[in-house]
Design a protein around this ligand. Structure first.
Ligand code: FES
Ligand SMILES: [Fe+2]
Length: 378
C-alpha cells in the first residue's frame, strides 16, 4: 500500500493527468484504500448533490422516501400543501431514526417516545413529556435539508456552501430540454448491493468498450462518441437505430412513441450521462432511466436503478404488458455490469496492481478519474 504522505500528493497522479491517449488509469489504491475513501467522503460526498429519485414517485400527500448517504439519512416527503420537504431522518428528542424505505403516512411518529411531527416537519405532539423549563415545541421541528429539482429529478445536499443544483449541472438542462424530463413518470425501480468501489461502477456505466464482451449475449456491441459539456457532468452518446431505442434487448420489437419533437442526434441515439459524482441519467428516444451509485464503504456500493417514460406513454392502453420488454433489458444488463465491477474489485484486492491505460472510447472514464483527483488531492 502507498505511503500515506504521498497518497494525496499531485505528483503521484502525474500519469493519470496526461491527455487520454497518453494517460494511465488511476492507481489501485484509489479503489481499495480506506484513507482514499475517507478523503472522497470529506472532499466529495459531504457536499455533493445526492440523487433521491423522481418527484412523481412521491406524488400523494404523505408519500415519503428515505435515502441514506455518507453524510446522513434524509426523509423526502410530500406535505399537505403539495410541496416537497426534506428532513434529517432523526427525532429531535434523542435522535432516533424515524423512517426507512418508501411509504405513506399522515404524520411522522418517532418509534421511541412517540414525538410526532407534521409533514411540514413541525413538532406537533410530545406525549407524556411533561413541561421542562423553557421548552418551546416550535424550536424542535425536524432539521431541514436542501432539496432541489431539475425536471422532476430530485437531489438533496447537506452542505450550505454547495452551489445550487442548476449551477452544478451547468448546461445539462439545456442539452436535454427537448427530451422533456419534466413529463417523465417513474414506473419501475430496483436496488442492488454491490461489492465494488463506487468508481468502478460509474466508470463502467460511462464506456461502451465493454458491451461486446460483458453483454455479448445480451446487448451486443455499441458504438459511442464523447460529448462536450459545461458543468459537473459528462456524457457518452451511443449511436442507435432511428426506428428503435436501445432500451430494449436486440431482437425485441417493442417500441414506444418517441418523445415528440426530438430531432438530429436526439432522434437516433442515447445519452449516458453522469452527474458528478455518481448519478447516471440516461436519455433515450422513448424513455429515460437512472443508475445511481451510493458508496457504503471503500468496496461496497448501493446501486439504484429506475425506469421512466413520458406520461403520455404510461397512459397508453397496454402499457403495463408492453413495458416489460424494457424492464427485462434493465434487469438483465445491470447484474452483468455489477458482476464485472465485483471481479474488478477482486482483481485489485492487493491494492498493489499496476496502472493500465485508457482506450479512445474511455474518454468519460478518464474524465471521471481526473474529476475525482481534482476534488481530493492536496
Ligand atoms: S427519541 Fe424520538 S421521541 Fe424520544
Ligand atoms: Fe454495461
Amino acid at each position: 500500500m502507498m505511503r500515506f504522505d504521498s497518497m494525496f500528493d499531485p505528483a503521484t497522479y502525474h500519469e493519470t493527468r496526461k491527455p487520454l491517449l497518453r494517460a494511465q488509469t488511476l492507481p489501485s489504491h484509489c479503489y481499495t484504500s480506506p484513507e482514499f475513501f475517507r478523503r472522497e467522503v470529506e472532499a466529495i460526498f459531504s457536499s455533493a448533490w445526492h440523487f433521491v429519485g423522481r418527484e412523481d414517485e412521491i406524488r400523494e400527500t404523505g408519500a415519503y422516501t428515505v435515502i441514506d448517504v455518507q453524510a446522513g439519512s434524509v426523509i423526502v416527503c410530500r406535505d399537505r400543501s403539495g410541496g416537497l420537504q426534506a428532513f434529517v431522518n432523526a427525532c429531535r428528542h434523542r435522535g432516533t431514526r424515524l423512517k426507512d424505505g418508501q411509504g405513506r403516512c399522515n404524520r411522522l411518529v418517532c418509534p421511541y417516545h412517540a414525538w410526532t411531527y407534521g409533514l411540514d416537519g413541525s413538532l406537533s405532539a410530545t406525549p407524556g413529556f411533561g413541561e421542562p423549563e423553557n421548552f418551546n415545541r416550535s424550536e424542535f421541528a425536524l432539521q431541514g435539508v436542501r432539496l432541489e429539482n431539475w425536471g422532476g429529478f430530485l437531489f438533496v445536499n447537506f452542505s450550505a456552501q454547495a452551489p445550487p443544483l442548476l449551477e452544478w449541472i451547468g448546461d445539462m438542462p439545456a442539452v436535454f430540454a427537448a427530451h422533456h424530463p419534466e413529463d417523465l413518470r417513474c414506473t419501475w425501480r430496483k436496488e442492488y448491493l454491490v461489492r465494488a468501489n463506487w468508481k468502478f461502477l460509474i466508470e463502467n456505466a460511462l464506456e461502451a468498450y465493454h458491451t461486446g464482451t460483458v453483454h455479448g449475449e445480451t446487448l451486443g456491441t455499441q458504438d459511442s462518441e464523447f460529448v462536450e459539456t459545461r458543468g459537473n457532468w459528462d456524457a457518452l452518446y451511443v449511436l442507435g437505430d432511428p426506428s428503435k431505442s436501445i432500451a430494449t434487448l436486440p431482437g425485441e420489437n417493442q417500441v414506444f412513441p418517441f418523445v415528440r419533437g426530438l430531432s438530429g442526434k436526439a432522434s437516433r441515439g442515447t445519452w449516458f450521462t453522469v452527474v458528478y459524482p455518481g448519478t447516471q441519467i440516461v436519455f433515450s428516444q422513448d424513455c429515460a432511466w437512472w443508475l445511481d451509485m451510493k458508496p457504503l464503504s471503500v468496496d461496497r456500493t448501493l446501486v439504484t436503478l429506475g425506469g421512466c417514460f413520458p406520461a403520455s406513454t404510461v397512459a397508453m392502453a397496454g402499457f403495463e404488458q408492453q413495458v416489460t420488454a424494457f424492464y427485462e433489458r434493465w434487469s438483465t444488463a445491470t447484474p452483468e455490469d455489477n458482476q464485472i465491477a465485483e471481479a474488478q474489485q477482486r482483481g485489485h484486492a492487493s491494492g498493489l496492481g499496476l496502472p493500465g491505460r485508457y482506450s479512445g472510447t474511455e474518454h468519460c472514464v478518464h474524465a471521471l478519474d481526473n474529476w475525482v483527483l481534482d476534488q481530493v488531492l492536496d
